[in-house]
Each structure stands twice: as structure tokens, then as C-alpha cells.
Design a protein around this ligand. Sequence first.
Ligand SMILES: CC/C=C\CC/C=C/CC(=O)SCCNC(=O)CCNC(=O)[C@H](O)C(C)(C)COP(=O)(O)OP(=O)(O)OC[C@H]1O[C@@H](n2cnc3c(N)ncnc32)[C@H](O)[C@@H]1OP(=O)(O)O
Length: 250
Amino acid sequence: MPLKMGVATVTMNRPPVNSLNTEHLETLHRTFIRLENEKCRGMILTSSSPTVFSAGLDIREMYKPELEKARKFWRTLQDMWLKLYSSPYPTVAAINGHAPAGGCLLSLSCEYRVIVPKVRMGLNETQLGIVAPQWFQDCMRNAIGEREAEKALIAGRMFSSEEALKVGLVDEIAQNKEECIQKAEAFLASQANLPMLARKTVKLGFRHQTLSRLLTGREADTKIFIDYIFQPKVQKGLEMYLQSLSKKAA
Ligand SMILES: CC/C=C\CC/C=C/CC(=O)SCCNC(=O)CCNC(=O)[C@H](O)C(C)(C)COP(=O)(O)OP(=O)(O)OC[C@H]1O[C@@H](n2cnc3c(N)ncnc32)[C@H](O)[C@@H]1OP(=O)(O)O
């Protein structure tokens, strides 16, 4: 995590696809706490993979899990998201590869999104037979508005880079990762002279309702997750999905 002029680039590096398991989520959470403590002036979130930003939640954490491990996994996800979504410093996602589901959530939690061409992003949970939690849905709604979010979430739609730009899911398209980072830096530079306290207060004002909804309902949200994934038909669906992913690799 190099800090250049107070700006940090956080590069996710969990091969092959930056899927989010408990350990990776803890690392991200600790990183966001550290950036806040160090009075970071801005953060770019990106990935070391040439093709994937993040494949979202690690499905193996949800497939035949132990109850306590599944609870811990979900609480860690909540902790990480609460820190990122409420960060006092400006945040940009440099989406240099595919960003399904939890990968899309990470980018939606930043303030500004730049994407490379020919990748896909979206909250595709419905297609997997799972449900994007309310706070995932809120993030999508906050980015693209009620109507488009409802359509996208019901269908579990994955957007191409061009479609994402058209609907407002991302702010810019860059030709490659290098340009993606340049555009992310340009956004952060455009924020640098704004008074930090005023900027942060307005940001949190806009995000307050979405944050409160989870903060006041964390236990209920965890219960919904646990009750849902422990259903035999959901487990069967996850098993089939995992098989289809590894068949593809074979
Ligand atoms: C009520 C609430 C209840 C539940 C809420 C739960 C919320 C969940 C949100 C989520 O984030 S669910 C995760 C959704 N993610 C996906 O659907 C993405 C699946 N992956 C892909 O589409 C592709 O892997 C990719 C486009 C990201 C990359 O494609 P490619 O570069 O061709 O890689 P491979 O598909 O060959 O995958 C390589 C390797 O990685 C494994 N893998 C991929 N994604 C995941 C994942 N999300 N979790 C765990 N493992 C994953 C894949 O199986 C391959 O493994 P091998 O061992 O076969 O090499």
C-alpha cells in the first residue's frame, strides 16, 4: 500500500480472482482503518490481476460452512464495508477487470469509478440463486437510481464497461489499467483542495441512511444471511455453481 502525497493505492492480491474470504476481508478492513488513522488524503482501490478486479465473495466460505465460521465471515464483510463506505477520505475504484457481486459492491462503495474496456460488472446474485443483501442493493440504487437498480438486481444483470458508463454505474472508461490509475489520480487531485471536514460531512450526510440501515440491523442481517445459505436448495445451487466454475477451468 504505497502512500504518494498522502494518496494510497490499495492493490488486492489474492490470486487467482481476488475472491473475498474472511482473511482477505480482514486485511482490507485493517487497511482502511490504518488509512483513516494515518489521515490519508485519498485512496485508489485496484487489483493485481490483469483480468479480474474481484470475483466477489469467496463462494467456498458459503458452501457447507461451519455455523460460527459463516457468522464470522459475514460480520467481517459488514465491518469492512462499513469502514470503506464511511471513509473520511476520497475513494476511487480503478476497475481493471471483472467485478461481479461483492467485487461490484467494493467498487460501488468508493466515490468514483473508472473501468477498463471489455469487462463486466454488476450484482449478479439472483443468477446464482442467492439474494444481494439490502445494503448491496442500496449501494446500487444510490449509484444508478431506483428504476435501473430494480431492473438490474431482479435480473442479476452484468453490465459491459460501455453499458456501465451509460447507466452511470461507472464515471469513466479508460483504455487500460495505467490510464485507469491516471484518471483515478486526476479525480483525487480534483478533490485535494476541498476543505476535508466539509467534504467528509457532506459525504457522510449522503451515505448516512444506507449506513444506519445496516448499523441498526447488523444482527438481523447476519441472521438473514445464515438462514438463507443454510437452506439445502441454496447449498445445492452453490455446489452446482462451484462445479461450473471449475469445469470451465478444466
Ligand atoms: C440473503 C443473503 C444471502 C446471500 C448473500 C450472498 C452474497 C454474495 C455476494 C457474492 O459476491 S457471491 C460471489 C459471486 N461471484 C461470481 O459469481 C463470480 C464467479 N466467477 C467468475 O465469474 C469468474 O471466475 C471471473 C469472471 C471472476 C473470472 O473468470 P476467469 O478469469 O476465467 O477465472 P475462472 O472462472 O477460471 O476462475 C479461476 C478460479 O477461481 C475460482 N473462483 C472464481 N470465482 C470464485 C468465487 N467467487 N469464489 C470462489 N472461487 C472462485 C474458480 O472456481 C476457479 O477455481 P479453480 O480451482 O477451478 O481454478
